[in-house]
Design a protein around this ligand. Structure first.
Ligand code: IPE
Ligand code: IPE
Ligand code: MG
Length: 245
């Protein structure tokens, strides 16, 4: 890969993995069958990101709104999540993936919290790919959580109000320290953000595809990245300014 091509590889990709239920329904199977099938797609995108040198990948696995689903679907999802965690961590670790979980993790029972912490700790020294799994995550929660931490620091006298600027705020969000989100992908045909990374989406390129999540693979990822590579990111400047830079 030449360095010019490398410039068109997004450094950080976020994905709303949607369409598992419809994928299963089309096969006359329960929704959990679709969630299970989605695991293969996760492996595919992780492999693709490793191969192409993407630095960070953030996957929306369970939103703060998903608790409203039928109890049995919620349990099936958490169960699947726990099993996937046990099964995949070895290989992720062997491939140099640093795994982290973002979201309000206090909502989960202790065994699951412990497993997430252990996986994060075990892979903490890896640098090839930052893989963030958003679970009980909401973009609004992320912003409120950061605001609370800043307010607490001010109340303690550790921070002055004047020191609260965008970089300081960013430091308290879930993806602090990672490259800015370059590319947002949503599968499943809906064109909405559904309370995923709100703060981080400010200048991300948005890509929507009708492909249902279980059918998404490395080629689909390549299509999304090719689309990203064709875009001109101006960040407020003019096209001429960008061409000159
Ligand atoms: C995404 O697929 C997975 C989660 C939200 C956990 P869905 O379950 O939302 O699938 P559809 O949108 O109903 O097809
Ligand atoms: C978004 O998908 C959440 C995840 C993919 C985890 P949903 O299927 O929950 O989104 P809505 O409800 O259609 O907006
Ligand atoms: Mg959905």
């Amino acid at each position: 890969m030449t360095t010019t091509e490398q410039n068109y590889i997004p450094r950080h990709i976020g994905i709303v993995m949607d369409g598992n239920g419809r994928w299963a329904k089309a096969r006359h199977r329960p929704r959990s069958f679709g969630h299970n099938a989605g695991r293969k797609a996760v492996r595919q995108v992780v492999e693709g990101c490793l191969r192409m040198g993407v630095e960070a990948l953030t996957l929306f696995a369970f939103s703060s709104e998903n608790w409203q689903r039928p109890q049995e679907e919620v349990s099936a999802l958490l169960d699947l999540f726990m099993r996937a965690l046990d099964k995949e961590v070895d290989e992720l670790h062997a491939n140099g993936v640093r795994l982290r979980f973002i979201g309000d993790l206090d909502a989960f029972d202790q065994p699951l919290q412990q497993r997430m912490l252990a996986a994060a700790k075990r892979t903490a020294g890896n640098e090839k790919l930052h893989l963030n799994v958003a679970i009980n995550y909401g973009g609004r929660w992320d912003i409120v959580h950061a605001a609370r931490q800043l307010a607490a620091a001010v109340a303690r006298g550790d921070l002055s109000v004047d020191a609260i600027d965008e970089p300081a705020f960013d430091l308290h969000t879930s993806l602090a320290g990672l490259p800015p989100l370059d590319l947002f992908i949503r599968t499943g045909g809906d064109r909405r953000v559904s309370n995923f990374l709100l703060w981080q989406l400010a200048y991300a390129e948005l890509y929507f595809t009708d492909t249902l999540w279980p059918d998404f693979n490395q080629l689909s990822l390549q299509h999304a990245i090719n689309d990203f590579a064709r875009r001109e990111r101006r960040f407020g400047r003019t096209g001429d300014q960008v061409a000159q830079a």
